[in-house]
Design a protein around this ligand. Structure first.
Ligand SMILES: Cc1cc2nc3c(=O)[nH]c(=O)nc-3n(C[C@H](O)[C@H](O)[C@H](O)COP(=O)(O)O)c2cc1C
Ligand code: SF4
Length: 551
């Protein structure tokens, strides 16, 4: 494909879509698929066909529409009125949506709040859940079928790659640095700086790797992004490849994400056929292609050196750094590893520019952040909010609080490497710097809401148990320290904790933080320490009664 053909194709596609009076986008991600979204799509298509409305109504799949706890979700777009979103849709409901909403809208009647059975299945798009979010990474969801390259191109897809092909590698790195983008995989390292470092390393073979391992309990941001906008991740990797002069691209995706794998494979086939991946990309003379490797479900394989070992066919265990992967990475060649969401952001930065991106966020954390909102929040699902929004706004307004009589007590950010933040500190803006100051981390974006009926002792034990289970066992502080700390936590769970146990937990935590080889062991004590710091009375309430101690 020649570069100018992109625009022609986009214009043709947009014209095709504009011919539809109504477009029905049903989330076809794995969450909604598990609630029969594909059955809903089939039923909608059958109904539209039976009514001979095919020329006026488009029925399409879509990336995640956000409110996963209420799926399957449909977003209806029309020329004549505001969007309408339906939740908890069943195949049986499809004919009613067509009869009571689509047909009247086609006839010129506005139906923004349908009555009857559909009233409870219609979401209020003015609700803070929708109104306060800002979609950058999720911008194409509800506008394209993730399985169609033409849809992606119509949404501005591969414009960023086209721009990158006209820039020097150094200038791409500078643009990403100026955007303020920090890696979304957890540590928040500035992406532009990482790329610049890798660019400067000489090498006839150089790898760019997408980390799609996503093993944290409660996290599903990366899986949803791979499923919902696969071309955006591929485009971001191509831009990254140009920036660091990479010769090979590798996707590492956990095998438990079969739909993400399928969509990436399909998107790569489409991109190759269109001359966007492979030989002579966009008629530039540049050749670049990808391989796909599946992770076998070990959390530690998300750690970059373990991931490299896993791709090389070795046991997935971390190794000391330096040498960093930028110098000695996959097959000992210079390599750059970035997270899925990082690459999706890169695409948007090049499609717009650095200043556009940096206009959102705080001094040290730019852009938006995806969170997988779970636990006791009313609105469980995938959210994207600007950095700097307070936890209170996110949990109480976007998340809708608990939606029950129970009160929000805390939120856990950063998964098993993060911490619990009590409700009293919810005025904190969400950013790398602010969450760190509270003893938690942004992590990759798990956000678990805890209510006043939950025990933070049990939750801390859950996370530690996860890390003990997932420890690769290579170094003693993590392998032995984690297990010992878990045994001590079990004393509290059984109501038999002691003052001495608390002291020992803190001592072991320090040893793990200081002496573990990789961040799994270094950060595993975090949930326990933050629970102890903010909720020590809960631990004390689980101590052995003094009388029992004397006995
Ligand atoms: C135990 C462990 C698990 C990790 N899992 C992931 C993961 O699933 N996805 C990810 O992108 N980064 C993960 N990381 C962080 C990666 O090592 C690495 O920092 C990241 O992929 C870099 O990408 P970024 O700069 O775009 O954030 C993990 C780190 C550790 C210590
Ligand atoms: S800290 Fe834990 S996971 Fe990391 S290398 Fe050591 S034993 Fe393995």
């Amino acid at each position: 494909m020649k570069p100018e053909e992109l625009e022609v194709k986009a214009a043709a596609q947009i014209a095709k879509y504009q011919a539809y009076d109504v477009r029905l986008f049903t989330c076809s991600s794995r969450g909604c698929q598990s609630a029969d979204a594909l059955g809903v799509i089939t039923a909608l298509k059958a109904e539209i066909k039976a009514k001979q409305l095919d020329a006026r109504v488009q029925v399409s799949g879509s990336g995640c529409l956000g409110l996963c706890g209420r799926g399957p979700l449909i977003r209806m777009k029309s020329k004549t009125q505001k969007d309408v979103m339906f939740c908890d849709v069943t195949a049986a409901l499809a004919p009613k949506i067509v009869d009571q909403v689509v047909v009247p809208v086609l006839g010129g009647t506005k139906v923004e709040q349908p009555g009857g059975e559909l009233a409870t299945k219609t979401l209020d798009l003015n609700d803070p859940f929708f109104a306060l979010q800002e979609y950058v990474v999720m911008a194409n969801n509800g506008k394209q079928d993730p399985e169609k390259l033409d849809d992606y191109i119509a949404c501005g897809g591969y414009k960023g790659l086209r721009k990158a092909l006209g820039m020097s590698a150094e200038d791409i790195c500078k643009e990403i640095l100026a955007s303020g983008l920090r890696g979304r995989g957890g540590a928040g390292f500035p992406t532009g700086r990482k790329w610049e470092l890798t660019r400067k390393v000489e090498g006839d073979v150089k790898y760019i790797i997408c980390n799609g391992d996503e093993g944290d309990p409660g996290a599903f941001m990366d899986g949803s992004t791979l499923e919902g906008d696969p071309h955006a991740v591929i485009e971001g990797m191509l831009i990254g490849a140009r920036a660091i002069n990479a010769t090979h691209g590798v996707f590492y995706i956990r095998a438990e994400y079969p739909l993400a794998v399928e969509r990436i494979e399909k998107a790569l086939r489409q991109a190759r056929a269109a001359g966007l991946v492979g030989k002579n990309i966009l008629d530039s003379g540049w050749n670049f292609d990808f391989e796909l490797r599946l992770g076998a479900g070990a959390f530690v394989c998300g750690e970059e050196t373990a991931l490299i070992a896993s791709i090389e066919g070795k046991r997935g265990t971390p190794r000391p750094r330096p040498p960093f992967p930028a110098v000695k990475g996959l097959f000992d060649k210079p390599s750059c590893i970035n997270n899925v969401e990082t690459f999706a952001n890169v695409t948007k930065i090049l499609q717009h520019d650095a200043a556009w991106y940096a206009a959102r966020g705080t001094a040290e954390s730019k852009g938006t952040k995806l969170f997988a909102m779970t636990g006791k929040s009313k609105n469980n699902g995938l959210i994207e909010v600007p950095m700097g929004m307070t936890l209170r706004t996110i949990v109480d307004l976007v998340g809708g609080g608990t939606g029950t009589d129970h009160k929000v007590k805390a939120v856990q950010t950063g998964g098993p490497s993060g911490g619990m933040i009590p409700v009293e500190q919810f005025d904190t803006p969400v950013s790398y710097e602010h969450l760190k100051a509270l003893g938690s981390i942004m992590g990759s974006g798990g956000m678990i809401v805890i209510d006043d009926h939950d025990s933070v002792v049990d939750l801390a034990r859950f996370y530690l148990d996860f890390c003990v289970d997932e420890s690769c066992g290579k170094c003693a502080p993590c392998r032995i320290g984690g297990k010992q700390m878990l045994n001590l936590l079990d004393h509290f769970v059984a109501g038999k904790g002691t003052e001495e146990d608390i002291k020992t937990i803190r001592r072991i935590a320090t040893a793990m933080q200081k002496a573990s080889l990789c961040a799994l062991g270094q950060t595993a004590p975090n949930p326990v320490l933050s629970a102890l710091h903010h909720f020590e009375p809960e631990f004390r309430a689980r101590m052995q009664a003094p009388a029992a101690k004397q006995a």
